[in-house]
Design a protein around this ligand. Structure first.
Ligand code: SF4
Length: 192
């Protein structure tokens, strides 16, 4: 299995593209846009990589995105401990496209296709893919996310050890950007 984040991302993208092609599936955007879904991410290395991508943007674009992240966080987390899923567009989505597409986290990369997740001793957890019903009539093509999650956990553990990070995170893309830009100096590329 890949040992770096860039290799793992490449494998995810290749696998996703191969299976999407087998379904003859093309994501053209839809009213149930996945970039409006409330996803949490759990990896410091992906947060650092997203921040690194953010640093490559022009200052005006950064400012605009940070304003959107503040709005997103204010509306989604109005008071401590409360979470509102309001289908607010991710602050990185610009006119239907991800402005940090090469830097997007794992969940954004794996989303959309029917899939399974396996835990020892349990039946596979099946995900049915996009909300649009595109896959309802088609036979399932195996897409097991488990090795990707396992490999990501290994890469994250090594990164946390190297960076001496002891705490866990559960953050949306908006929170990742807002907190990392507020709390830390400009990030180095964590995947090189
Ligand atoms: S990071 Fe990019 S792909 Fe992921 S939800 Fe935001 S805009 Fe969409």
């Amino acid at each position: 299995m890949p040992e770096t984040l860039s290799n793992l991302y490449q494998l995810m993208d290749d696998t996703w593209n191969r299976i999407a092609e087998a379904y003859q599936f093309k994501c053209n955007g839809c009213k149930d846009n996945c970039c409006q879904s409330l996803f949490f991410h759990h990896t410091h290395i992906e947060k650092a990589y997203l921040r690194y991508g953010f640093e490559q943007l022009k200052p005006d674009t950064q400012k605009d995105i940070l304003n959107k992240t503040k709005y997103y966080c204010r509306e989604t987390f109005p008071v401590s401990g409360e979470i509102k899923s309001l289908k607010i567009m991710c602050p990185l989505n610009e006119k239907g496209r991800c402005i940090l597409y090469p830097y997007r986290p794992m969940i954004c990369r794996l989303h959309g296709l029917p899939h399974e997740i396996r835990k020892p001793g349990f039946n596979p957890l099946m995900g049915k893919g996009c909300e649009t019903g595109l896959f309802d009539e088609k036979p399932y093509i195996e897409f097991d996310r488990t090795p990707f999650y396992q490999n990501m956990a290994q890469i994250e553990a090594e990164y946390r050890k190297k960076m001496k990070i002891n705490h866990k995170i559960k953050e949306t893309v908006a929170q990742m950007l807002l907190r990392s830009t507020e709390n830390f100096p400009a990030a180095e590329n964590p995947i090189l």
